[in-house]
Design a protein around this ligand. Structure first.
Ligand SMILES: [Zn+2]
Length: 305
């Protein structure tokens, strides 16, 4: 019995880190939090609707129709750069959402176990400036928020920051702007970038506006292979079947819907390995067209550690 419990624990631990290759580029996923339960951000994704989409099981929904979602970072390793995309929630942060308040996870240990010390990271990329994408930008040291990745350039979207800084009077924005963005700007590590910025030979930003005004996805291309990291223009694979299901966090729901449809068609037409920023394990796969909608065919990692 004890051995069984140990094996389950080991399995859970190993799934926290997984890698894929796109040509010569390696993408590694490091999970901060994964959970099963209501997904408030997509109001239509309730069990009685989800249960009618059996293809979501077992990875993205359970037998009862509960959605499974994840908060994770993706490290892109190219021959030139080591890039971390979206820095999750972070530790010690006071948040109004109880499940995200004052977290104490082992994210940085897991990052190191995946082979990356914080000083190995050259670039921090945030697909957009929301609380669950900027958290590990900073760590609390002697009651002060310090940059976690001291040798990195933090790339924030110009349009995204212009919009976000105007929201500071809203407490839900102020809480993460103050502890996860302002300290980085003050440290001088930020570079403001365009929505279509080229980051290095294999990695480029592409605008996917709608969830936020400066939202970007990340395009990876190497040796003829292609991949994309979605960001939050899509929260859960159920939105591939239900293209009209909006996210309550969308800045412009109509534009977000348009972006979603356009990108899903592009993903289905080209052989693009898609990494969903909140898709549960294994998180990656190919979008396939089916009748008037899309479904997701998961792609398991090459290595598990
Ligand atoms: Zn998010």
């Amino acid at each position: 019995m004890r051995l069984m419990k140990y094996l389950i624990l080991v399995k859970k631990m190993t799934e926290k880190i997984s890698s894929w290759n796109i040509g010569k580029v390696k993408v590694t996923r490091i999970v901060e939090v994964e959970r099963t339960g209501p997904m408030f951000v997509v109001p239509d994704a309730i069990p009685e609707n989800i249960i009618k989409m059996p293809w979501l099981k077992p990875y993205f929904a359970d037998e009862e129709g509960n959605t499974i979602v994840s908060v994770h970072a993706l490290v892109i390793e190219t021959s030139e750069k080591c890039i971390i995309v979206d820095t999750c929630l972070g530790n010690d942060k006071e948040r109004h959402i109880p499940a995200w308040n004052n977290l104490q996870t082992k994210f940085l240990e897991d990052l190191e176990r995946a082979g990356y010390k914080t000083t190995d990271i050259d670039i921090v990329l945030c697909t957009h400036l929301h609380t669950d994408h900027v958290g590990w930008n900073t760590v609390l040291i002697n009651d002060k928020w310090e940059p976690t990745f001291k040798k990195a350039d933090y790339l924030f979207g110009k349009d995204e920051w212009n919009y976000t800084e105007k929201q500071i009077k809203i407490p839900a924005y102020a809480e993460f702007i103050n502890d996860s963005i302002i300290p980085i700007i003050e440290s001088g590590l930020v570079k403001f970038v365009e929505v279509d910025e080229k980051i290095c030979e294999e990695v480029k930003l592409e605008p996917t506006i709608g969830h936020t005004p400066g939202h970007v996805s990340i395009k990876i291309e190497s040796e003829g292979k292609k991949a994309s990291i979605t960001g939050d223009f899509l929260h859960h694979p159920c939105q591939m079947e239900k293209l009209d299901w909006i996210s309550s966090a969308d800045w412009n729901p109509e534009l977000a819907k348009e972006t979603r449809k356009k990108k899903l068609l592009e993903y289905a037409n080209e052989e693009i390995l898609v990494f969903g920023t909140h898709f549960a394990t294994p998180s990656a796969g190919f979008v396939r067209k089916k009748d008037d909608h899309f479904i997701f065919e998961v792609q398991h990692p090459l290595e598990k550690r």
